[in-house]
Design a protein around this ligand. Structure first.
Ligand code: ZN
Length: 250
């Protein structure tokens, strides 16, 4: 009798745990969708600078849109299987909430994941500051994945896990993504200083509810880097580096 009871308890336990045992980490599934987020736009030009060589004021919003479009073109050719979404395609203002909503409200094909890549250039009070950095969500910042905004099709990806477990898995994946970007950018942008990976409390990183990086590609406040950034050849080179990093993550 005791043996039967034990066997019964074992079966119940297996049945209860089976969805969890079968479920895969939703953030490490093959990437089907890449959200390319060109920072700023419209009434928000981002950082700006003016030099003798620049032919007037240069705005971050314009430069990062150009880089993002280049990434879109390169990625479309290299990986036509990926679904690419741009949060803006022209000089219009898009709120941070709207950018994040594009990420978390996108319906994903079964057993696939999403990657959010936000593209910016930097500015500092010191004109000496230079280099690129890869920003990722602060690990302690908790994200809610299941609510009324979660597309019905995406619910099975997250439902088998607790919120705590999902946050742990997201942090793990974010670290992998950030390390991949840092490695590829440092290999391909050899003249740029690698400022490393930094955890930041930024709206789009927190609210996108999925693996996300924000790239600061160089400093407009540094004259040498501004010369690079306004050069289409440099922007093409950096767009290629970002494309290679995305492919390494998918
Ligand atoms: Zn910016």
């Amino acid at each position: 009798m005791k043996k039967r009871l034990l066997a019964f308890c074992f079966i119940v336990l297996v049945l209860c745990l089976s969805p969890l045992l079968a479920a895969k980490d939703p953030f490490s599934l093959p990437v089907s969708t890449v959200v390319l987020d060109a920072g700023h736009g419209g009434k928000d030009p981002g950082t700006s600078a003016s030099y003798g060589f620049s032919g007037g004021t240069i705005n971050e919003s314009e430069l990062v849109l150009d880089i993002t479009k280049r990434v879109y073109s390169l990625l479309s050719v290299e990986r036509p299987d990926l679904r690419l979404v741009m949060t803006r395609t022209d000089d219009t203002y898009v709120s941070l909430a709207e950018r994040s909503r594009v990420a978390y409200s996108t319906e994903l094909p079964p057993q696939s994941s999403l990657l959010f890549v936000s593209i910016h250039v930097n500015s500092a009070q010191s004109r000496e500051a230079s280099g690129f950095e890869v920003l990722t969500k602060r690990q302690e910042k908790r994200v809610a994945f299941l609510d009324e905004h979660t597309p019905i099709k995406n619910i099975p990806l997250f439902a088998p896990f607790t919120a705590l477990e999902l946050n742990r898995l997201l942090n793990q994946r974010n670290l992998f993504v950030a390390q991949t970007f840092e490695e590829v950018l440092s290999q391909r942008m050899v003249t740029s200083r690698n400022r490393g990976i930094k955890e930041r409390d930024l709206y789009v990183l927190n609210a996108s509810r999925g693996p996300a990086v924000l790239l600061e590609l160089g400093f407009l406040s540094n004259e040498g880097e501004a010369r690079n950034i306004i050069s289409p050849a440099w922007r093409q080179q950096v767009a290629m580096a970002i494309t290679v990093a995305i492919i390494a993550c998918v």
